[in-house]
Design a binder for this molecule. Sequence first.
Ligand SMILES: [Zn+2]
Length: 101
Amino acid sequence: MVTTVDPIPIEYRSLIRYNQEWQALICLKCDGHAAVGRATLGRHLHDAHGLSAKDYKPLIKALDTSGVSPLPSLDDFPNTMLGSDCCQGVQDAWTLDATEF
Ligand SMILES: [Zn+2]
């Protein structure tokens, strides 16, 4: 049994999801549920979804205080996962996983 602690505040769960297995943040608003690196999360929410800093700041703060360590960017994936087929599989896994919620 894995204890699941969701670092995402409830009011943001329709927007962003944290995938424990991949340690990735997933944007549910993007087509195909795109993974977003921690370092680019604020910019992504601002540029892609028009959120202001005031809107997403509580989310970032909750993430930073929750003790989870989402990958800073997609460049930080382990090398073994960087083959194109692998990446597609990862993308599929994210999409599937995100869809279950
Ligand atoms: Zn997005």
